[in-house]
Write a protein that binds this ligand. Structure first.
Ligand SMILES: Cc1cc2nc3c(=O)[nH]c(=O)nc-3n(C[C@H](O)[C@H](O)[C@H](O)COP(=O)(O)OP(=O)(O)OC[C@H]3O[C@@H](n4cnc5c(N)ncnc54)[C@H](O)[C@@H]3O)c2cc1C
Length: 415
């Protein structure tokens, strides 16, 4: 694989861009692999990447039913932060955030990480107490956050109306090195790096069944035939329960649609990310100038990857109170993704009842930020057969043992 560089851009400019290679190969599946990962979203691709990079396992296939990054990874609003309450969550989200800082250099692919700062508004006294508690917890965990007052909020984000009639802004939890990254680029960068290590990314290849012998996985039946494997990673977000059923076990996970929308592009007016969780809305401005807006999940389980009109209305009605200027904007497009939600709003990175089969899911509305850390931890689990320190608390036995990792506040938007 040729490295991308300023020199390569200059060279290609001189020869009319005829020399660029395909970013990743499009191979046919081999009969078998040491490890197969189902799902070429960010988490699946990052798992493959760190299997190769950290553990030397490169005989790997990532199998995707659609196109890589076409699930939630390419549909999210790209907020990256690590201001969670519980120690295991802060550890894995901060690991992910810190890997994002140098991901472009690591992958030789510009993921456009923009640590512009994230603020979570406190608009009720309950939220004030909740975020002050999180700021204290973060100080003990070594995660840099700060509880700030309304004047500082206004200073950092002048378009906020802090004296809203129903929910005035009382303060915010501020993480100065939180931010955004380009979601497609994260998937594409990992895919290119995996392909360069000799791994096969097989798109348009739905997994239809999981085969086992003597209690251990031996492979998967797919739209392109049987593919054998010694280790299987299920990393399919909103379809986790469906694939887990193929492998013969049930998950404590629900699937729901989460929606987002973008406005027409406007001049730069907001250089931080703002989440307003009481009214269910969050907003940032993309490099193109569009306001990127997300809302809450649907109130019922479903598998629709579409937006709906009532959500546009609900989300904008809620946000206009805090950001009156968006009432003048035209909205350009909306979409939905299927998120996988656990009862304690924390993920599963876990062994399963089927030998050699591992699962990574339950990231719900907030897994984009976790991609590098999650891939790191899942790769360790798949390579060693046992979770390392990052994943140890996220086993699915916690639901049987009542050992929840409650992140209802930090998970952000109400759901
Ligand atoms: C509207 C919206 C906004 C969001 N905003 C944010 C945000 O701002 N910040 C944040 O951190 N997170 C956010 N999220 C959550 C985040 O997008 C997800 O947690 C994360 O992308 C999950 O990544 P993944 O790789 O696990 O899943 P996905 O990207 O969904 O990848 C799973 C892949 O598995 C494939 N698959 C499923 N079944 C099969 C099968 N049988 N065979 C083969 N392949 C299969 C799918 O096609 C899919 O490509 C948001 C989500 C949505 C929908």
């Amino acid at each position: 694989m040729r490295r991308y560089s300023a020199f390569a851009i200059a060279r290609e400019a001189l020869r009319h861009h005829q020399g660029w290679e395909r970013a990743w190969r499009a191979p046919e599946p081999k009969p078998g692999y040491d490890a197969v990962i189902i799902g070429a979203g960010g988490h699946g691709l990052a798992t493959a990447y760190y299997l190769g990079k950290n553990h030397g396992v490169t005989n790997v296939a990532v199998i995707e039913k659609g196109w890589l990054g076409g699930g939630n990874t390419g549909r999210n609003t790209t907020i990256i932060r690590s201001n969670y309450l519980q120690d295991p969550s802060a550890a894995i989200y901060e690991k992910a955030r810190s890997l994002y800082e140098t991901l472009s250099q690591d992958l030789n692919y510009n993921v456009m990480f923009s640590p512009r700062g994230v603020m979570m508004l406190a608009q009720t006294h309950h939220e004030v107490r909740g975020y002050q508690r999180t700021a204290h917890a973060n100080a003990l965990q070594g995660v840099v956050t700060e509880y700030i007052g309304p004047e500082r909020v206004k200073d950092l984000c002048p378009i906020i109306h802090i004296d809203g009639p129903r929910y005035p802004v009382l303060g915010a939890l501020w993480q100065p090195r939180g931010g955004t990254a380009r979601h497609d680029a994260v998937a594409w960068g990992y895919a290119r790096a995996c392909s360069a290590m000799g791994m096969d990314i097989i798109q348009q290849c739905e997994v239809l069944g999981v085969r086992s012998e003597g209690g251990s996985v031996v492979g998967v039946d797919t739209a392109k035939g049987f593919i054998g494997c010694k280790r299987l990673g299920i990393v399919v977000a909103g379809h986790s329960s469906v694939v887990a059923e193929m492998a013969g076990f049930r998950l404590p996970v629900e699937s729901l649609a989460l929606q987002a929308l973008v406005s027409e592009p406007i001049k730069p007016c907001m250089d931080v990310v703002v989440m307003a969780n009481t009214v269910h809305g969050y907003m940032s401005q993309s490099d193109k100038g569009e306001m990127v807006i997300g809302g809450g999940t649907d109130g019922f389980n479903n598998y629709t990857q579409r937006g709906s009109f009532h959500h546009i209305e609900e989300t904008l009605r809620a946000l206009i109170e805090t950001f009156p200027m968006i009432s003048r904007l035209k909205m350009l497009r909306q979409w939905g993704g299927i998120v996988d939600m656990t009862g304690d709003r924390s993920p599963l990175i876990s062994k399963t009842p089927l030998g050699g089969c591992f699962i990574n899911c339950g990231w719900g509305t907030g897994g984009f930020k976790a991609i590098p850390g999650s891939g790191w931890a899942m790769a360790e689990l798949m390579a060693k057969g046992e979770p390392g320190p990052l994943a140890a608390a996220f086993g699915m036995e916690r639901f049987r043992e009542g050992r929840f990792i409650d992140e209802s506040v930090a998970a952000g938007v109400a759901h």
